[in-house]
Design a protein around this ligand. Structure first.
Ligand code: NAP
Length: 289
């Protein structure tokens, strides 16, 4: 069914991106996969080929405009363009505003927002010229409100949501669809650093990715899941008056017995975050989703 589908998935060395590459390969898609960890990218390329797809591994950072330009040039030369661009690469760690880190904020934005921006610039001209294509950006339900200890992450995902909304309006009538994906909690390297008790309605990776692919295929404007959590966030929390939100959330945080950041968990290696080379800023997200 997807035999001729040409897809790029950014951030495909682990988690949602890796699983999406595998699932699309099962139906014969051609999948360009990006990420900074070359060895992991090779593993995913093998997985794609074993699953029946065609892999095009591209090592580099979405935050680097030159890397993204070079990656798209390789894809264009190999396949002539793309049907889907799944802009999934992202980072998410906690940082309490009481110890506000500009470095943490800039690192988060460079990847989560800068990565989407660099890829939009690369793919939009050819998709518009072809009169077709789907851009699917992975935001988060965390982008619908400023979550505690997650200012940089929430703000970056809010930026992705609004950026994609504007692009969707601008591209209306060109044949190019823009899909915004807002997952709740899904198992991945990122959520493995969270305290499991904070992740309500946690989905297995394959389940979360199936929902993402279904939404992209259907060309839905917003894909959010799992619905008990995402509808609560979208219609109750998102619309809660600011004063009530501040009061309720700060009360919940102050009554917490467990620390948000579990410092005993080792950070994942080789994530190139600020502060400690090869490790995320604070060694674990409060509950990044
Ligand atoms: N899992 C959830 O519950 C959840 C919920 C809502 C939204 N999300 C979003 O889903 C996306 C995927 O996250 P995940 O949960 O699958 O986490 P993950 O397992 O940590 O995967 C993140 C991916 O992003 C890549 N990445 C990070 N920085 C990059 C950079 N500068 N350039 C290129 N690739 C980069 C990583 O590859 P390298 O380290 O090899 O570069 C990795 O492949 C993220 O945007 C995340 O915010 C996840």
């Amino acid at each position: 069914m997807d035999g001729s589908l040409r897809v790029v998935i950014t951030g495909a060395t682990s988690g949602l991106g890796r699983e999406m590459a595998r699932q699309l390969a099962l139906s014969g898609a051609r999948v360009a996969i990006t990420g900074r960890r070359a060895a992991k990218l090779d593993e995913v390329a093998k997985l794609v080929e074993q699953s029946g797809g065609v892999a095009l591994p591209l090592v580099g950072s979405v935050a680097d405009a030159a890397d993204v330009k070079a990656h798209y040039a390789v894809i264009r030369a190999a396949w002539g363009g793309l049907d889907w661009a799944v802009l999934n690469a992202g980072v998410g760690d906690s940082n309490n505003a009481r110890t506000f880190s500009a470095e943490h904020y800039h690192w988060t934005f460079a990847t989560n927002v800068g990565g989407v921006v660099n890829w939009l610039a690369a793919v939009i001209p050819d998709m518009v010229a072809a009169g077709r294509g789907t851009i699917a950006g992975v935001a988060s339900i965390a982008g619908w409100r400023g979550l505690p200890q997650s200012g940089a992450y929430s703000a970056s995902k809010a930026a992705v949501i609004t950026l994609l909304e504007s692009a969707r309006v601008d591209l209306r009538g060109t044949g190019v669809k823009v899909v915004t994906i807002c997952p709740g909690f899904v198992r991945s390297e990122m959520t493995a650093r969270n305290d499991a008790k904070d992740m309500i309605f946690l989905l297995d990776t394959d389940d979360g990715v199936r929902r993402m692919i279904r939404g992209i295929r259907a060309g839905r404007r917003i894909v959010h899941f799992p619905w008990p959590l995402s509808l609560f966030m979208k219609y109750v929390v998102h619309n809660m008056p600011g004063a009530l939100y501040d009061a309720v959330v700060s009360r919940l945080v102050s009554r917490r017995k467990r620390p948000y950041v579990d410092e005993s968990r080792p950070p994942p290696a080789d994530h190139g975050a600020p502060g400690r080379p090869g490790a995320p800023g604070e060694g674990g997200a409060s509950a990044s989703a």
